[in-house]
Design a protein around this ligand. Structure first.
Ligand SMILES: C[S@@+](CC[C@H](N)C(=O)[O-])C[C@H]1O[C@@H](n2cnc3c(N)ncnc32)[C@H](O)[C@@H]1O
Length: 257
């Protein structure tokens, strides 16, 4: 069993080293690659005058998205000093500001409770080492009837892969195979860009039950590959073909009861 502190330290080191490589890549209006966008889903609706907190705010591009739409107050939390520096600079360059907290989302933070209209996270929540605790904290930051939106890797994406993963394009007769149990939620280390990250692959029911336990009602769960990918006839790349067969990302919209 890997220690939570060790997991957070390893992941923080990855993000401090590699933040620039991901600058603006995982941000609204996108919820994930080859996935339907906020332009299709309208999960936020009108954010003008709203108080908004992003968990795992990364380079700040989603905060800018809300600033452009006249949000009243913006806050961002991220474990990586480098990501927070990038986000601060990016918002400043664009004439905006936000309150930033550099910390693990799992920690007790100086964030007001019963305060926010929206808390959200784009490809951030899955990094938590304490899902129940993180959702309970997020619920506490929200006003009653406040909305929590998050997207993450779909559980199936990590369980299923092409039989020949080395090929760029899908060859004839190639099959998608279950290479990992859907039920396996143990932590695994994954080499990325010459460095390492540590994650676990939680079942969809784990997210649903954790939301319920924290006092949320789920209003929408989205598993939809975007229209362009589904309609593309000439793209034989393994990623596109996979996205036509199963959800790569998942997105939840939940409301605090
Ligand atoms: C895929 S990026 C999301 C980026 C963000 N959506 C953006 O627009 O840049 C994941 C982010 O989660 C942060 N992170 C990883 N583990 C974390 C933790 N335990 N607590 C808070 N942030 C964490 C990383 O530093 C990174 O910025």
């Amino acid at each position: 069993m890997m220690e939570k502190e060790n997991i957070m330290q390893t992941n923080k080191m990855y993000w401090d080293t590699n933040a620039d490589a991901w600058f603006g890549t995982t941000a609204l209006p996108n919820y994930g690659v080859r996935f339907v966008t906020e332009d299709d889903l309208h999960l936020f609706g009108d954010v003008s005058g709203k108080k908004i907190l992003e968990i795992c705010c990364g380079s700040g591009h989603s905060l800018k998205y809300h600033a452009d739409r006249n949000a009243a107050e913006l806050w961002g939390v991220d474990i990586s000093d480098k990501q927070i520096d990038n986000a601060k600079a990016y918002l400043k360059e664009n004439g905006y500001g936000a309150k930033f907290i550099c910390s693990p989302m799992e920690a007790d933070l100086e964030i007001p409770t019963d305060y926010f209209d929206f808390v959200y996270s784009i490809y951030g929540i899955g990094w938590t080492t304490d899902l129940d605790g993180t959702f309970a904290k997020i619920a506490s930051y929200l006003k009653k009837d406040g909305v929590f939106i998050f997207s993450w890797h779909h559980t199936l994406n990590y369980c299923v892969g092409w039989s020949n993963t080395l090929r760029q394009n899908v060859a004839e007769n190639e099959r998608l195979l279950f290479s990992k149990s859907y039920f396996d939620e143990s932590y695994f280390a994954m080499p990325v860009d010459g460095s390492e990250i540590i994650l676990c692959n939680r079942k969809i029911s784990t997210y649903v039950n954790a939301l319920a336990k924290a006092g949320f009602c789920i209003e929408q769960m989205v598993e939809q590959t975007d229209h362009e990918t589904m309609e593309s006839l000439d793209d034989e790349s393994a990623k596109t073909q996979k996205a036509k067969m199963l959800p790569i990302s998942v997105c939840f919209k939940a409301r605090k009861l």
